[in-house]
Design a protein around this ligand. Sequence first.
Ligand code: G3H
Ligand code: ZN
Length: 293
Amino acid sequence: MILNNFLKKALKEKWSLGHFNVASFEQIKAIILAAKELNSPLMLGVSEGEREYLGLKQIVALIKSFREETGLPLFLNADHSKSVESAKKAIDAGFDSVHIDLSKLSFEENIKGTKEVVKYAKVKCQTSDVKCQISVEGELGYLRGESRIQKEIIEIKEEDLTKPEKALEFVEKTGIDRFAPVVGNIHGISANEPKLDIERIKALRKILPENVALVLHGGSGIPDEQIKKAIEAGISNIHINTEIRVVYAETLRRVLAENPEETTPYKILPQTIEAMKEKVAEKIKLFGSEDKI
Ligand code: G3H
Ligand code: ZN
């Protein structure tokens, strides 16, 4: 079960592999239950904050145990690794994938660090006892926002957007497997509706080599119609975090308010799992990854 092969298949068949962020056991359970029910491959992602909370070793062991038990293609990604060191730590811990996000650095520094991570991942697999292929994602452009509900309007400036020629140079010089551009997307849900630049996605898809997957970050809050057009234009991997967090928090607040005397976690939390599972299932169907194993 190789992540890059699923991404190639997704691009060819015009569907997208979901990437869902996790920070709790309930989220992990909900996502895997949805994958099982819909027979879908997917990625589970942990940002630096999320993996610090869960524990690097612990999240690797947990996903491995679910993979063994379910037989599902579940891939663990070190999402938004902000330094070469943190990406290397995730590779050493046994992640299937790393996202090295040096997009806040200069173009040259971004290339240098991303290239170093690509090389590290390759060497790790060549020298490892177990056969592996670690997928590496790089990012270019200024992606605004945070994975939460933001009350303010977030304006995207022309200079934030990823330029196709620069993207090609970045991809060629780094050797990455997945490329995350800024194409009208933001992290989290803002007061204004996002407007994806579908023509830019098409231009990126046209100029980049076929074996490099295009990743859409900030999938929460984007209307379904735009998501469908983005997949049609060549997006084969979509990240969702905020919408799951919102469902979790809203359900938990409601369950606690309705059952003020209840103190047993396994009686309180299953309703959050069920609600998050439904949200993930909705996204799997929207992305078209159902029955793609
Ligand atoms: O890497 C994580 C994602 O890009 C999540 O974005 O919070 O808007 O769903 P989101
Ligand atoms: Zn992201």
